[in-house]
Ligand binder design. Structure first.
Ligand code: SR1
Ligand code: MG
Length: 401
């Protein structure tokens, strides 16, 4: 870590200036740190004509906790390399990395200031008709072309090694699959749902299924995942959306990425029981979300199937029955990991604003209880729910007022 030091706004400005021809006269630049994420520093560097770029620097610890939680700065390499790899496969929906500096653990990237963070938009009940289509395309392309269907055996193994990411994977392993199911000091449990959280600690049936999902997360390197596709990692506007923040990327189970996204749309759905008092406005937004979730899976599955049928390079994996079984297993994983995300965002360390910003704590507790209940059912029923329609029935049954 010899050349590493935490950037000041001036350092970030110089870094952007060194690695970009965009700016010209350095004296006309300004820079502000505006990151509010869990881990890193994020600066916007701007010139007097309004052109701007983003500098993101990994801190040697988790920002949301402080120096008592040291964390590798190599996560900046993982983030840059995953984004570069995904951008080759899906340029329209992946943020552009312009430069990566290993010694300073810093990335220079395009500024998406014409876009807004999806989570905030969904909390404000904004709707984007192309959301499902665009994200299905992102997931199908990035996941198919980094899988055994598209890579050679040796090529895939080289990639698995390049993206091992043990420290960030450990965070996910702990926060998703361990902490919520025991009385862990990292958990963040609101008093209103203490009883529901405690039930999770004694639910051995559920814990056995979570153990299976964790074992698969540890040992199923199917494709190069983004690893943290929640609605805070997606920038959106009326025309397009772009995925950012790939520092949790590694080779893992395909259903983890798909399930994380599905769960974040479900968290927004549940949050609106407490966020939006006007019932017809709420219903309208929730109908939109369900339609997007349905369409996300349908379009993802149909594109992935088409890619398997037309582009599979590995002769043995061209078998149609195998491909059908493969999709069935991705579906079950999607439901299971979506269930884990619903639960960990409710009782674990890292919450989501879709639930936390509900001002009435009793209503918030009711929404959180629904999230735990739905998460549990998704995990337990992931092999028996045949399709998205059944999931939606389960959701309506579980959330009826
Ligand atoms: C300590 S990191 C907490 C969470 O923030 C990231 O965005 C990931 O979702 C992680 O689980
Ligand atoms: Mg992130």
């Amino acid at each position: 870590m010899t050349d590493y030091r935490t950037f000041s706004p001036d350092d970030a400005m110089r870094f952007a200036d060194e690695h970009s021809e965009l700016f010209g006269d350095h004296s006309k630049l300004s820079c502000k740190e505006f990151g509010d994420g869990n881990l890193n520093l994020v600066f916007r560097v701007e010139n007097d004509k309004g052109s701007s770029l983003i500098v993101k620097q990994a801190l040697p610890y988790a920002r949301c906790v402080g120096e008592s939680w040291p964390l590798t700065i190599d996560r900046a390499r993982i983030e840059a390399e995953v984004l570069l790899a995904h951008r080759k496969l899906c340029p329209q929906h992946t943020v552009e990395v312009l430069h990566y500096d290993a010694a300073r653990a810093a990335i220079l990237m395009e500024d998406l200031k014409q876009y807004r963070i999806l989570r905030g938009e969904l909390i404000a009940a904004k709707q984007f008709p192309h959301l499902a289509t665009q994200l299905a395309s992102y997931l199908a392309n990035t996941l198919f072309y980094t899988s055994d269907f598209a890579l050679t055996g040796p090529g895939k193994k080289q990639q698995v090694g390049q993206f091992l990411n043990p420290e960030l994977c450990l965070i996910t392993e702990d926060l998703f699959f361990t902490d919520p199911y025991c009385n862990h000091e990292r958990n963040n449990i609101h008093a209103e749902i203490r009883a529901e959280a405690q039930q999770l600690w004694h639910d051995e049936t559920l814990q056995a299924e979570v153990a299976q999902l964790k074992a698969d997360f540890l040992s199923k390197p199917q494709a190069l995942l983004h690893g943290d596709v929640h609605s805070g990692s997606i920038f959106i506007n009326d025309e397009n959306c772009k995925v950012i923040d790939a520092e949790f990327g590694f080779y893992g189970p395909i259903g983890f990425d798909v399930g994380s996204l599905v769960a974040n749309l479900l968290l927004n759905y549940l949050g609106h029981f407490g966020l939006t008092a006007d019932s017809s406005r709420r219903q309208q937004h929730q109908d939109y979300l369900l339609q997007q979730i349905d369409s996300l899976w349908q379009q993802f599955a149909s594109q992935f199937k088409q890619l398997m049928a037309e582009e599979c390079k590995e002769p043995a994996l061209q078998n149609a029955l195998y491909q059908q079984r493969f999709m069935q297993q991705v579906w079950a994983d999607t439901l299971g990991y979506a269930g884990c995300e619903l639960i960990r965002r409710t009782v674990g360390l890292a919450h989501v604003a879709d639930l936390d910003s509900i001002s009435n704590s009793m209503l918030r507790g009711q929404c959180e209880a629904k999230a735990i209940k739905l998460g549990r059912e998704l995990i337990l029923q992931r092999h028996s729910l045949a399709n998205m329609a059944q999931l939606l029935t389960l959701l309506n049954y579980n959330t009826a007022e």
